[in-house]
Design a protein around this ligand. Structure first.
Ligand code: EPU
Length: 427
């Protein structure tokens, strides 16, 4: 049954909120577990649907997977013989399924991974993933909707330069190169904390990796890897979500488990909005002092730049800020769906290509809106908090994919946010 969030506007978020392990790391670490025969244990795993889907994908490849969502633990038992196919039904449900590409080619010499279509934020090709694997000696082709990569006699280390520091392509090259013969030098690699996290887990499995977190990663291939135990890095996007939620609602929120060093660019803009940011023993705190935010410009960039995943929250905060702001999206071509929905709530915006001008208004005005993806959905709930009356955000399942217990976390901060059935007439 479809559900939506019901948001009653008016409350400033106050109190503390916990962030767990990063979705975008946990899913990749689960895929990387395929590289070693035996039982790998991941902790601090978020309780979200995407983890359930990745667990199902690993089971179909022959693994035994135990997921204790309440404890945040995933245990993956990888047998000697594993499959090499990720079907369209799973890839369609979870784009991050493509993270099995590197581990499967490295382990089995072959991977057939269904190609995801475009989605609500852009076209998101796999060309850089394919080029990286080809450089390592795999034969890559597309057939019947699958990307097929084959390296029956194994992979060979190579010098690779990514055209763009793609997160997913960096991960697939890394997880393939760890078992390749010889050394791989990956230039223009993505530098996200999730890359550092996967490199740390691979190293604890016996991989030889240097430079993760910088633009040049060197990987010396090894014969085999061993299973491990690893705690997932904190979710910087969830942490940033709460930071901007505090700004937009004129609140005061301690983000427990948040790592401020992973959010330097975002927290600089939180400060530019007039809020105070302090590091605490357990994370960090954003205190707006009860003041209306000042408008702040944003341009998304690969890490350590401002994350595209936080762009919808910067939009929501600027929609009620004092002044006008220019938001520039440099990573995904279609990531402005939030804008039309914010306009339904009375935001004053103008889109021009990959820029949006936002002129802040004192308050938004509650209305039914629709979430197009995880971040857009969460940003609309926050917008609902600074709107008069009731806002409903349809597509609750999108938000559930990125945030464990979102309504409960909001309630813990004093907000009137609940879930309700969403009967869609005429469909
Ligand atoms: N790109 C290509 N070809 C490729 C790979 C990427 O053209 O082969 C383009 C994409 O189309 C996009 C840009 O490069 O325009 C960036 O893509 P990237 O590969 O860096 O992103 P991703 O690995 O697909 C991850 C996160 C996203 C996050 C981006 C950017 C996961 C599962 N997803 O995606 O997170 O927005 O990095 O930081 O790790 C989310 O959590 O809601 C989310 C969308």
């Amino acid at each position: 049954m479809a559900e939506r969030f019901r948001v009653v506007g008016g409350s400033a978020l106050r109190g503390e909120v916990q962030v767990w392990g990063a979705k975008n790391s946990a899913l990749k670490l689960m895929a990387a577990a395929l590289l070693a025969v035996g039982r790998t244990r991941l902790t601090n795993v978020p309780a979200i649907l995407d983890v359930t889907i990745m667990a199902e994908l690993l089971r179909r490849l022959g693994c035994t997977v135990d997921y204790d969502a309440a404890a945040g633990v995933v245990e993956i038992d990888v047998p000697e013989q594993i499959g090499h196919r990720a079907d369209y039904d799973l890839v369609r449900a979870l784009r991050a399924s493509t993270a099995v590409l590197g581990p499967l080619v490295a382990r089995t010499g072959s991977a057939d991974v269904a190609i995801p279509g475009g989605d609500a934020i852009g076209s998101r090709g796999l060309d850089l993933h394919a080029a990286g694997l080809e450089a390592l000696g795999a034969q890559v082709h597309v057939t019947h909707g699958f990307l097929v990569a084959e390296a029956p006699s194994g992979l060979d280390g190579a010098d690779i330069r990514l055209e763009f520091p793609s997160v997913g392509a960096t991960e697939n090259v890394l997880t393939a190169a760890v078992l390749a013969r010889g050394t791989t030098r990956l230039e223009n690699a993505a530098r996200e904390p999730e890359i550092v996290d996967i490199a740390a887990m691979l190293s604890s499995m016996g991989a030889r990796i240097t430079g993760a977190g910088t633009s040049v990663i060197e990987i010396e291939g090894v014969e085999a890897l061993a299973p491990t135990e690893h705690a997932v890095v904190a979710d910087r996007i969830a942490a940033g979500t709460w930071a901007f939620a505090a700004v937009a609602t004129r609140g005061d929120v301690e983000v427990v488990g948040g790592v401020p060093e992973h959010l330097a660019a975002a927290l600089e803009l939180v400060r530019a909005s007039g809020a105070e940011v302090v590091t605490t023993a357990r994370g960090f705190r954003v205190d707006s002092g009860g003041r209306r935010p000042l408008a702040f410009d944003v341009a998304t960039l690969p890490y350590p730049g401002f994350p595209t995943d936080l762009q919808p929250f910067a939009l929501a905060a600027n929609a009620v800020a004092d002044g006008s702001a220019m938001i520039t999206e440099n990573l995904f071509e279609a990531r402005f769906r939030t804008v039309q929905e914010l306009n339904r709530l009375g935001a004053e915006t103008r889109i021009d290509g990959h820029h949006v001008m936002v002129h802040g208004v004192e308050r938004l005005s509650g209305a039914p809106v629709e979430a197009s993806d995880i971040r857009a959905g969460a940003a609309l709930v926050i917008a609902g908090l600074v709107a008069d009356g009731v806002t409903t955000v349809s597509g609750a399942q999108h938000i559930d994919r990125g945030y464990a217990g979102f309504a409960e976390a909001m309630q813990g901060l004093g907000a009137d946010v609940t879930r309700e059935p969403d009967d869609v007439p005429f469909v």
